[in-house]
Design a protein. Structure first.
Length: 395
């Protein structure tokens, strides 16, 4: 309970904190002042630094170019500010991993008691919507501009998010957590395809070839998985496709507007809830047992406590929202394909944790296939970075 309360405070503050690189550090200013007093005035070039300095330093500073032309040399040293910035993205990924592992365990335990994946997934979106509205009403974070409410691009991302949530919930309900996340390791494959179509930019063929072991490894793992079901397999693939679209189109909105990543995810969650709500009626209509009977069984499985079951539902919704909001913070700092790779590495932790908690039996073939797929993702990431550096050098 205490840990959850701390996260409810920390995550909104992370979203409200804006980091931006300093346009000019103290080394540059110090170097400029030193040049001002050590060179003849008839060889100087005036350079106004006022836009980058505080009002009390609004002065003309003279910078001397070195003999032979070129930019003046600048002293480089350890900068605590930039060091902290360098830790920002790894911190987001670490927090995202921890929240996601906890969410998946709580979520699976909840579905074991109340097997209504669409209804529970939609309630989780509702809890997230209430949470984000509360953070806006209490000014924990600033509200997004009114123009983003109901924006067609945001609605589209909300649809992708809602579909991905429903597909993921159905897949985990149909099989084990480990099986679902083995299949979802294919996300970089879908992300690369969507990025190529949307951004009209193809990667080197060698990069695409590294996806072969990813696909092969997942295929081998699914071949002998003891919890394999076609429903779980198809819906896991569907979640890969729509989540890849969610990441790419979210990145387009973040890079083309001034909306923050947490506020964008808040609006996306609200739109996703609106999209998923009608699907709840379909699930309840085709449910093999009445809702009241299933609820009573779930309460009995919760030690006869309605409050305990209600808390599980609320906490699953909170952790679903928080882990995805931190994911959006990470997305704001990396490429969608990089996020997909990080998402796949996250699944290693989820698979291991689920096997330990639920005592899931894993065949040797499944373990070997999972290892091949995950190593393939690592190879894909390294190869992609290598060719991106070569492309940057070529420019």
């Amino acid at each position: 309970m205490r840990a959850c309360a701390c996260l409810l405070i920390i995550v909104p503050l992370l979203g409200a904190t804006q980091f931006s690189p300093s346009p000019l550090d103290s080394n540059t200013i110090g170097s400029a002042r030193w040049k001002r007093w050590t060179e003849p005035k008839d060889s100087v070039v005036a350079h106004r630094l006022a836009p980058h300095l505080s009002p009390e330093l609004n002065v003309d500073v003279v910078v001397i170019p070195p003999r032979g032309g070129g930019a003046p040399p600048q002293k480089k040293g350890f900068c605590p500010y930039h060091f902290v910035l360098s830790l920002k993205t790894p911190f987001y990924f670490g927090l995202w991993y921890a929240l996601n592992v906890y969410y998946n365990i709580v979520n699976k335990k909840l579905m074991n008691r109340l097997p209504l994946p669409v209804t529970l997934g939609t309630i989780q979106l509702l809890v997230g919507s209430i949470y984000v509205y509360f953070s806006w009403m209490t000014n924990i974070r600033s509200r997004p501009d009114a123009k983003f409410h109901g924006d067609s691009a945001v609605r589209s991302v909300g649809m992708y998010h809602g579909l991905g949530q429903i597909f993921s919930m159905v897949s985990m309900n149909a099989g084990s957590i480990s099986f679902t996340h083995i299949v979802k390791a294919l996300e970089p494959f879908f992300s690369a395809g969507v990025s190529a179509v949307v951004f009209k930019k193809l990667m080197n063929p060698v990069v695409y070839s590294t996806l072969i072991p990813v696909v092969s490894g997942v295929g081998i793992a699914c071949l002998k998985d003891l919890s394999f079901t076609w429903l779980g397999f198809v819906t896991a693939l569907g979640s890969n496709a729509v989540f890849a679209c969610r990441a790419v189109f979210s990145k387009m909105i973040l890079t083309s507007s001034n909306i923050s990543a947490p506020n964008l995810y808040g609006l996306v969650t609200i739109e996703a809830f609106k999209f998923a709500l009608p699907l709840v009626l379909l699930e309840l209509f085709f449910s093999p047992a009445p809702l009241t009977s299933m609820w009573d069984d779930a309460v009995s499985a919760s030690d006869g406590s309605t409050l305990a079951l209600f808390k599980s539902i609320v906490f699953s919704g909170l952790f679903h929202y928080l882990n995805n909001e931190v994911m959006y913070l990470a997305l704001n700092n990396v490429h969608p394909v990089t996020l997909a790779v990080g998402n796949t590495m996250k699944r290693v932790f989820i698979i291991v944790a689920s096997v330990l908690v639920f005592q899931t039996q894993v065949s040797t073939t499944t373990a070997v296939g999972s290892t091949i797929g995950i190593l393939g993702v690592l190879l894909y990431s390294l190869t992609k970075q290598h060719y991106e550096k070569l492309e940057a050098i070529g420019k």
